[in-house]
Ligand binder design. Structure first.
Ligand code: PLP
Length: 398
């Protein structure tokens, strides 16, 4: 018999099986309760089993699951119109994941220049430390060697510059450059928030050189920073934006939003997806947006984000031998551990105390609670984090 696990071992998984979720809490098969500051890696925007989402999904499930993009899909038209109304975008393509949303953006950058008489412009400038997904094109866009290893030859056409360095980015623009692709807040890379000036500088450079400005808001978008999309803090608009994760709140859905100019080449037959934007996904995503756009929802995310940020700053000040830096915005936060402390160890200790966290690059522990998180739950998480820090600090002096 084969020795390989029946589930292909592409993840090193923690030995827990979750059975159900309720709000910001998850329950495993032994009945143990965990405070979920992972939220499925920034996916469960409204927590678990949110009644409005459950109702939307079950009502749609009784009517129609799938019918194909050969026909009009009412839920797509509704969601697209709502996203267009609330963003820079004029149009939306629906996909099933973040990588597919980014893939659509990459294709759109090439198609835009090809359709406007410049097929030689196909290269995309990305940032080091980026993460854009796991397809062949998106691992090339991410540019991280550990994700490219063994999967060569890498898809051609991506140039990388240091995140946040406008001069190097401008210097990398050449006659073949088509677009800039940036995460306003790098997630997997270690919760690096771009400065608002960097984002504005990207817009200016794109305008000056005739490039498309494309943001990957798969992780930082959909309310996570207290605005519907993170780039809104800089008061600028991209031409294209990839969205996923929180958009479906746990149902697989992604979207690539674009202005009319950028989407000029996206004509019938140019791109597609069998499942993208099917009625079930659209019912759930519309339900997520109902809640996110309720009066005061995003202001509350911002306030809870402030509270969490202040708590983490206090923790860092109290445990300087454990924590090196606090990072992030809103409910997308990072704790960088000192070099002798690993995120894996920190996260294991927090989990033992009933708090779920996510590792990231750059020796960072990520905190990505559901956007419905309350003050008491933040206090509970901070108290567990303090216990973990205290324990590690004691080990250091033992
Ligand atoms: N882009 C960013 C910024 C992400 O954080 C991720 C996933 O973590 C992706 C793209 C890929 O999304 P998915 O895993 O849904 O394909």
């Amino acid at each position: 018999m084969a020795k390989i696990p029946v589930v292909m071992p592409t993840y090193s998984r923690t030995d827990i099986v979750f059975e159900r979720g309720e709000g910001c809490w998850l329950f495993d098969t032994d009945g143990k309760r965990y405070l979920d500051f992972a939220a499925g890696v920034a996916v469960n925007a409204l927590g678990h089993a949110h009644p409005h989402m459950v109702q939307a999904l079950t009502e749609q499930a009784a009517k129609l699951w799938h019918c194909s993009n050969l026909y009009r899909v009412a839920g797509q038209e509704k969601l697209a119109a709502r996203l267009v109304e609330r963003t820079f975008a004029d149009t939306a393509f629906f996909a099933n994941s973040g990588a597919e949303a980014v893939e659509c953006a990459i294709k759109m950058a090439r198609k835009y220049h090809s359709a406007t008489g410049h097929p030689e412009k196909y290269r995309i400038i990305c940032c080091s430390g980026a993460f854009h997904g796991r397809t062949l094109a998106t691992i090339a866009a991410g540019g991280q060697q550990k994700m490219l290893d063994g999967f060569g030859p890498a898809v051609e056409g991506f140039d990388h510059v240091p995140f946040g360095n406008l001069n190097e980015l401008r210097a990398a623009i050449g006659p073949q450059t088509a677009a800039i692709l940036v995460e306003p807040i790098q997630g997997e890379g270690g919760i690096h928030a771009a400065t608002l000036d960097f984002l504005r500088g990207l817009r200016a450079a794109a305008d000056e050189f005739g490039l498309l400005l494309m943001f990957d808001e798969v992780q930082c978008g959909v309310g996570r920073t207290g605005r519907l999309f993170a780039h809104e803090w800089a008061d600028i608009a991209p031409d294209v934006m990839a969205v996923a994760k929180g958009l479906g709140g746990g149902f697989p859905v992604g979207a690539c939003l674009a202005n009319e100019k950028a989407a000029v080449g996206m004509t019938p037959g140019s791109h597609g997806s069998t499942y993208g934007g099917n009625p079930l996904a659209m019912a759930v995503a519309n339900a997520v947006l109902d809640v996110l756009t309720e009066d005061g929802f995003l202001a509350r995310v911002e306030a809870m984000g402030e509270k969490l940020g202040q708590g983490l700053d206090a923790l860092k000040a109290a445990y300087p031998t454990v924590l090196a830096e606090t990072r992030g915005m809103g409910l997308m936060r990072g704790l960088q551990c000192v070099p002798t402390v690993t995120p894996a160890d920190f996260i294991t200790k927090a989990r033992a105390q009933g708090l779920l966290l996510v590792p990231a690059g750059d020796n960072v522990v990520r905190l990505l609670p559901p956007l419905i998180i309350g003050a008491d739950e933040i206090d509970a998480a901070l108290s567990i984090l303090a216990t973990v820090c205290r324990g590690i600090a004691e080990e250091q002096t033992a």
